[in-house]
Design a protein around this ligand. Sequence first.
Ligand code: TRP
Ligand code: ZN
Length: 480
Amino acid sequence: MDRRPERRTAPHGRGAHRARRTRLAAVALLTALAVTSCTGGVTGTPGSSGTRDELFPKLGNDGYDVQHYSLDLDYDPATGHLKGGATIIARATKDLSAFDLDFAGMDVEAATVDDKPAAVNRAGDELTLRPREDLTRGKTFTAYVRYSGRPKTITDPDGSEEGWLKSRGGGVLALGEPTGSMAWFPSNNHPRDKATYDIKVTVPDGLQAVSNGELASKASDKGRTTFSWRVKEPMATYLAAVAIGPYEIDDKGMTKSGIPIYNAVDPGVKEQTAEVVAQLPDVIAWEEQNFGPYPFSSTGVVVAPEKASGYALETQNRPVIPLDHFDLSTLVHELAHQWFGDSVTPATWRDMWLNEGFAQYSEWLWSEDHGGSTAQQHFDEEYAKDDGDEIWAFPPAAPPTAADVSGRPVYVRGAMVVHKIRQAVGDEKFLTLVRDWTRTHRHANASTEEFTRFVDDEAGHKLSDVWDIWLHGDGKPETP
Ligand code: TRP
Ligand code: ZN
């Protein structure tokens, strides 16, 4: 795996652009379902086992829309064994004889739909549930899956690891961008289908279990503690997280805007990181000023042990940052994602630059506002890179393969697109536009096409050159 030590050349240590092609499309063809309805006079058909995401065609499933996940996870660090229960409340978007969930590894012990046993079929990372009776379009139903086993670590097409990541001392980071949540709960694993969550995690007394949203309760029984987290705002599956370990908790703080802060810091890294962690309220205040009101009901950061994941991740409410990626700029980046990615979520994985371009640009803006290089200087420094540099390898809105979603063009050239918009409309209009964007798409999804149309409308004219050359054009643009 290609991990570079320097954040400037590889943000968050993600693998660099690779030519290696994935075989996801071929895999997609192999998993066609043979499930048909046998009930007399019924017209339901199986929901499809993918959403035709260009980069990850097998992720997500059509035929239903999840409203809520209720996860009950019981973890034993001594054996690495996880017992899970997932209750999924969803609405059928067509008449369904069966539907798929994305789920990798683990043993499925039981499944019900509306409290009646459902037939279970597994093929690859697809879990098919076939209820006794068809689900009619528009109906809200409850699926329940009970499972157990040792959850997998998933290796991404770009070589980095996600899913269930074990670290020293019984610690775990459960992470999910772009696919890894299916290692620890069954879901409609595509950013398009956001839902609210209850995440309950039981671990031995003495360990903490930190997740998204707010801690609703904590109870100890027979040597084990159950942490119940509640996520009230919609969340994409890739942003769900659990951090288990001997974390030190600080839940006393609050942002200037009154948002409660819940920080969890690994005791081994506390000293080196305390000064930056203490700046979190200032970062949020600055971001609120630029991007609009903070979109969620709590915030914070999980500072994980060194090398616990190999990258930082903008998990909803509180990002996870391991020591080896921990610095102020990364904190600014991951918290900016709360607006760009977590609240306004890409419609497909191809739209990833809407996340990373803005998060990278927020680092440039922060630097500009705090006595460092201006965004223009950052832009110029990037533009100076020669034709062959990997930042020009593909247009930011068109990563050629799944291995490229975290590629340099998505981050750096994505930020350059944002800068070109700022140049085109001027500073004042730029910030109004950014706040209008986060407000009008709050807690929803957005595609690249929706974004360019939105910017054109707000600007009052089409930014054709920015889109044609900077966003969609191949190679290094001729002029900066
Ligand atoms: N989104 C993370 C960040 O920029 C980096 C990352 C982690 C990532 N896992 C990923 C990017 C998977 C793309 C795909 O902070
Ligand atoms: Zn990012």
